[in-house]
Design a protein around this ligand. Structure first.
Ligand SMILES: C[S@@+](CC[C@H](N)C(=O)[O-])C[C@H]1O[C@@H](n2cnc3c(N)ncnc32)[C@H](O)[C@@H]1O
Length: 147
């Protein structure tokens, strides 16, 4: 994230008269929030971009209040994806190279301390001009869990 993104979000909130929102610059590996202070975390297609997903989920667990919840949308894989795609910068920026195998991803959430882990929705992810070796291997999931 960048300062410019925060400024843009503040501008949009101001224009929309949203007064009960606050934007903080931070990384998912080190959230700018105190322990046990957050009710709900939502995230869309960010966690797959960190090489250390366990650390990101441990951070989410740290800042949530007991009984706090997460709802995360992310890309995961169903099988191994080819090495040349895994090592491609473009695939990283498209959130594919960093995607973890689905069961390993769910185990990671559990290892971070969460319970009640449940996939709420999932579907195969495709996009125009996608490498055909990826078809049927990338899944978009929405997962919820509780601290
Ligand atoms: C695919 S976009 C998703 C953006 C947004 N959640 C949405 O739904 O439109 C990924 C975002 O993750 C941010 N990002 C990537 N790595 C991050 C990290 N380690 N910590 C925090 N944000 C990160 C990027 O700046 C980018 O804005």
């Amino acid at each position: 994230m960048t300062e410019e993104m925060i400024k843009n979000a503040q501008k949009n909130a101001h224009e929309g008269n949203y007064e009960n929102v606050e934007f903080k610059l931070g990384e998912i590996e080190g959230l700018p929030a105190k322990d046990n202070s957050i009710d709900v975390i939502i995230s869309n297609c960010v966690i797959n971009l960190t090489p250390d997903k366990l650390n990101a989920y441990k951070e989410a667990f740290r800042v949530l209040k007991p009984g706090g919840r997460i709802l995360v949308s992310d890309l995961v894989t169903e099988e191994e994806i080819p090495d040349d795609i895994k090592n491609s910068f473009q695939a990283w920026s498209e959130c594919i190279a960093g995607a973890m195998e689905k069961n390993e991803y769910l185990d990671t959430i559990k290892s971070a301390g969460f319970s009640g882990i449940e996939i709420v929705e999932q579907h195969y992810f495709t996009e125009p001009n996608m490498d055909e070796r990826l078809i049927g291997k990338i899944i978009s999931i929405q997962v919820k869990a509780i601290k």
